[in-house]
Design a binder for this molecule. Structure first.
Ligand SMILES: Cc1cc2nc3c(=O)[nH]c(=O)nc-3n(C[C@H](O)[C@H](O)[C@H](O)COP(=O)(O)OP(=O)(O)OC[C@H]3O[C@@H](n4cnc5c(N)ncnc54)[C@H](O)[C@@H]3O)c2cc1C
Length: 362
């Protein structure tokens, strides 16, 4: 047990509980639950707020044995403990399989990420939790339960994005696909109006599309396009016609940052898991010490929302490293921001140090 305060990954939040425990087995978890009145659970601690925190005992699955069990017959994989997307993706790729999408970073735990409805981008792709087919969890009284999409259709969609609210998830089963290869291209300085007017065409020109902007100019600073090699859609003509410039070297989404932590760009072909995330395992993703906030709007409201934020550009740009805009397909998960609506997500990456009054970044 740790009685020192623990912080989240970014360091912007210190968990208020003084009691963090590291069980090694499912039986340990059952005993902790059966003997505690208030319990929370953390994965890899990448959430920026207090959603995982508790006044009682905070359980970390860090020391629970991790396992990855592939069932090729059903095209499903089951993970235990705090397996990260990076670990899972490496393992699947070696065995000829893939996930349908990944977040911007592979460092996060599969269970913790699905519990918050973590997403990548792509108008045809639901968030990461939409791949979940089965869950095993330990309830508040220490009892063990299993739920599957097919056998528990009435409640399953309420469990997958669960924010740790109903128990400790100890196993999660996900659908997998045959492995595929991708290329990633970045375009610079897409005129803002073109980005809005041709939003649908740009979004359908690649498997995954991200806009990066700090809202302070009349340009989208970077457009990241991730394409499946076997899909012959050509995004380069469209992007050039719209006035964007292909990046002549690798770039980082945050200005003035080395591109070393980023996945390979410049159209070089590579495995799905080396292109879908923006950041590579083994490196600090994004800025490290930062705060992110995300708002979702119905995709049909994208243009109006983008114009409204642009109006605030001069005011918010000093607090931002950058802002990312992505699309996520509708799902049926009760607590998902994309519940029954295709959505656009606006993510702000900001400094957790207050900007200087002259507006320059610290
Ligand atoms: C640099 C960076 C980049 C990011 N990029 C993206 C992105 O591209 N897309 C996106 O959508 N999000 C992104 N995020 C947010 C991140 O994906 C989510 O915060 C995600 O939940 C982190 O997973 P975690 O394991 O660290 O969860 P934690 O922060 O540890 O926990 C998150 C939630 O899951 C619950 N939980 C964790 N483990 C369990 C368990 N075993 N059983 C039950 N509940 C559990 C917790 O109680 C809590 O409610 C990013 C975050 C960072 C720091």
């Amino acid at each position: 047990m740790n009685t020192q305060p623990e912080r989240n990954w970014s360091g912007n939040y210190t968990y208020r509980t003084q009691r963090v425990v590291y069980p090694r087995t499912v039986e340990d978890i059952q005993n902790i639950l059966a003997s505690s009145t208030h319990v929370g659970v953390i994965g890899t601690r990448h959430t920026f707020n207090d959603v995982a925190d508790t006044d009682g005992t905070l359980i970390s699955l860090r020391d629970v044995e991790t396992g990855i069990h592939l069932d090729p017959r059903l095209s499903r994989v089951t993970v235990t403990g705090s397996v990260t997307y990076g670990q899972l993706a490496d393992d699947l790729d070696k065995r000829g399989y893939a996930l349908h999408n990944m977040a911007s970073l592979p460092h996060i735990s599969v269970i913790g990420a699905c519990m918050t409805g973590t997403h990548g981008s792509g108008q045809q792709h639901g968030n990461l939790a939409t791949a979940v087919e089965g869950i095993e969890f330990i309830a508040a009284d220490g009892t063990r339960h299993q739920r599957t999409r097919t056998e528990h259709a009435g409640e399953f969609d309420g469990l997958v994005v669960g924010l740790g609210a109903y128990g400790i998830v100890t196993r999660m089963t996900l659908n997998v696909l045959p492995r595929f290869e991708m290329r990633q291209n970045v375009y610079l300085d897409l005129p803002f109006e073109q980005a809005l007017t041709h939003f649908d065409a740009i979004q359908s020109s690649a498997y995954s599309v991200s806009y990066f902007t700090d809202w302070s100019s009349d340009r989208i600073n970077q457009v990241w396009l991730k394409s499946v090699v076997s899909d012959k859609t050509d995004s380069s003509t469209l992007m050039r016609d719209l006035g964007a410039v292909p990046a002549s070297t690798h770039v980082h989404p945050l200005p003035d940052s080395s591109a070393e932590p980023c996945t390979e760009q410049m159209g070089v072909i590579g495995a799905w898991h080396d292109r879908l995330p923006h950041f590579r395992m083994g490196f600090t993703p994004s800025a490290g010490q930062e705060i992110q906030t995300e708002y979702f709007v119905d995709r049909a409201q994208f243009t109006a929302a983008a114009r409204a934020v642009r109006e605030l550009g001069a005011e918010i740009a000093p607090a931002l490293f950058t802002s990312e805009i992505r699309t996520v397909k509708a799902d049926t998960l009760w607590m998902s921001p994309c519940y029954k609506r295709d959505a656009s997500g606006f993510t702000s990456h900001g400094s957790r140090i207050r900007p200087k009054s002259n507006g320059s970044r610290p």
